[in-house]
Design a protein. Structure first.
Length: 330
């Protein structure tokens, strides 16, 4: 590893339909990182089963997610791309961290569990409650220094940091302390129909989100149907103009433009004209992205995941063995 090269780890669940929020908030950051750092990108399929999944659908989504990584610009020669369930050290470390690093009080603070379960906490799976510890294991196994995430995942990276510090304080220098990195512009893309809610890949109403594999003309229609604010004018203000601000973030993220410049260019535009220009950007983005996506066969992807498994397993096992030895597991 080069002197200034950092270790970067990130992953996405193969559940629901990955959308432009996943791309703008996370995926779009990844290709630039791999030119300077050692990058490890995981399809986190064990996280996906914290809620019930159709087995056939899950298998399909795993391949789809890996293809999306590649279409986003991840180079399997520069970066490691692998499937979480292929490297058993992830779940083995998660159990150890449950015992020596994580606290009930930590997990009780996790807002995502509260958001996902609402009033049904007692019937939720233990895995859904405990998955932040598995996420900590994912990160800590590889000596990760940088974790590129959306804002909603910062809390989980902070937990990984806390667990790492506790383990190191007790057992010596085992883990690197990771740091979350959030893209400044467009890190949190909201629903097209309700800008008070984040754009979700599992939303029942498909008009709330633009999936990366939506037909380009469908993406256009969804933009044209997106809600706007009651007052006129194109400018960025999350409190006064939440809907237009969200559309500006989408425009900036997919069009590779700065929000300030977009506001200047559209200061005299009406909502219809502005949305039509954004719809052009979305449609063109989807066409280009899907051309790359379709250039990979399932067989290509399985070969890449297998090679990634071998590379990831070697790194992960070394750190796991170091910790096991430190705690007395032979």
């Amino acid at each position: 590893m080069e002197k200034d090269e950092k270790i970067v780890f990130s992953g996405i669940q193969p559940s629901g339909k990955l959308n432009i929020a996943n791309y703008i908030g996370a995926l779009s950051q990844w290709p630039n990182l791999q030119d300077e750092d050692k990058c490890i990108f995981c399809v986190v399929d064990y996280h996906a089963i914290t809620v019930k999944k159709n087995p056939k659908e899950l298998r399909k989504r795993v391949i789809e997610t890996a293809k999306i990584y590649l279409a986003a610009g991840i180079d399997s020669e520069k970066s490691i791309i692998f499937k979480q369930s292929d490297v058993s050290a992830h779940t083995e470390l998660a159990w150890i961290l449950n015992c020596i690093g994580a606290r009930i009080s930590d997990l009780n603070k996790m807002t995502q569990f509260k958001d996902k379960t609402g009033e049904n906490k007692e019937s939720a799976s233990v895995g859904l409650y405990d998955y932040p510890v598995l996420m900590a294991a994912d990160i800590l196994l590889y000596g990760t220094e940088v974790v590129p995430v959306g804002e909603d995942q910062i809390q989980h990276v902070e937990l990984a940091r806390d667990i790492a510090k506790r383990v190191n304080n007790t057992y010596g220098d085992i883990f690197t302390i990771p740091k979350a990195v959030v893209k400044k512009d467009g890190a949190r893309i909201m629903s097209l129909l309700d800008p008070s809610k984040k754009m979700s890949k599992s939303d029942e109403n498909e008009n709330n989100a633009i999936a990366l594999l939506d037909k380009p003309e469908v993406g256009r229609k969804k933009i044209m149907k997106a809600v706007t604010d009651s007052n006129t004018g194109i400018y960025f203000n999350l409190e006064d103009k939440p809907a237009i601000s969200n559309l500006l973030n989408i425009y900036a993220g997919l069009g590779n433009r700065e929000v300030k410049r977009l506001v200047k260019d559209h200061k005299d535009s009406g909502y219809g004209e502005f949305k039509n220009a954004l719809a052009d950007v979305v449609e063109n983005f989807l066409i280009t992205f899907q051309e790359k996506y379709n250039s990979y066969s399932d067989e290509n992807v399985l070969e890449i995941l297998e090679k990634g498994k071998e590379r990831a397993e070697k790194i992960a096992q070394e750190r796991l063995n170091k910790l096991k030895n430190a705690i007395g597991i032979i």
